[in-house]
Design a protein around this ligand. Sequence first.
Ligand SMILES: [Zn+2]
Length: 399
Amino acid sequence: MEGLRTVTRGRKLDPTSERLIPELTPAVTPVNKVMTLEEALDRTAELAEKALSRGTFGVAGLLTGPGGMVYAEAMNMTQRKGKPYDPTGHVERQLIDWYFEAARAGAKLPPPGHMLILSSLDPCAMCSGSTIKAGFKTVAIDLDGGEAGIHDVHGLPHRMPRELWAVAESSIHLITSRSGRALLSRQFPESEAPGPKRLSGIIERCRNAFEHSYLQMLYGLEKNRNGAAGDLRTLLRDLHSELPDTLEIPPAEIHTVAGGNRRVIEGLLGDERVCLIDPHGRPLLIARGREELSPIRIAVIELVRSYSQFRSHVHDSHGIDMPGMKSLSVLMRDAPATPIDAFHQLGSMGTFVLEKGHEGGMPLLAYLNGDDGRIRRYAGALPPHYTRHEGFFAGTLPF
Ligand SMILES: [Zn+2]
């Protein structure tokens, strides 16, 4: 740590870059153009290919309203310039946050119930939870090989708590399903659906873009698995002036969240705040949700975005590797109370564990109060990407 102190003391920081605020919708572009369904599908496939060529996941989508109006387009941005950037930078999450930002800035947009996201890939649990919470609809062009998408082998959006099946069936569709086709022909009333041959060509392009990027990512991640742990608390304190405004450092007198500190911790975690902790239960950073700005900006998502981007910043500016999420946990005061909150939180945590195998020996999503059995059941209903990776579990703290 001595070396680091020297680095930060000697270094003159550009005041504008000191408090980096993570970008919410970095890969969204406003469009405002009426398209035919075929043009929209074509554009989605084209953007998925563009995302692949940028070294992130080859996934893209359009935000559409009634009459074939396309309001915005988005590409995946979990990686930027070949490096991990924002694990939550998925297409649907960005488009929904963009919608609420634009609406707040005065843009005239149809209500959420009329908005449909055309996505090149079956949405993950975070994005499905976001779609349901925000009241949007999503039609996915391709399945993802059954890993992280919410559609099961019968083509039903059932990889989630059973309580949500009905709402998911009305919100999230595959383009090859009758309900998906019906929804698209309502949203694009002036255009004919592309014929089967044309459609399978588009599905093929979306599939190739994703599969190629997935392989690229697996190889790339191998190189990124050596985040040094060190004394992270000291490191964060040394760098506190560079932390984004979205993150706070917990009081120094709380050494771990165990034992007599429990009441203090409960206080820290009020107002739906969450705390990043290391495997020994040492609190590292606190984040809070911004649900007043967008119903999907829950504290877990804000923490993932901020921590990941701060970690990249520390790497680039100081050459220090902070640990990745696979050795850390997120602590909240109360277990999620409703199936949709549980699904959305668990799904968002799932974006962390892309790096495979949580190693902390602690729940990835930990809480002080709540019913373990219920949360385990919810977690067990998630797509295989979440359940198969050992260590992805949620529950009360072991101490
Ligand atoms: Zn997603």
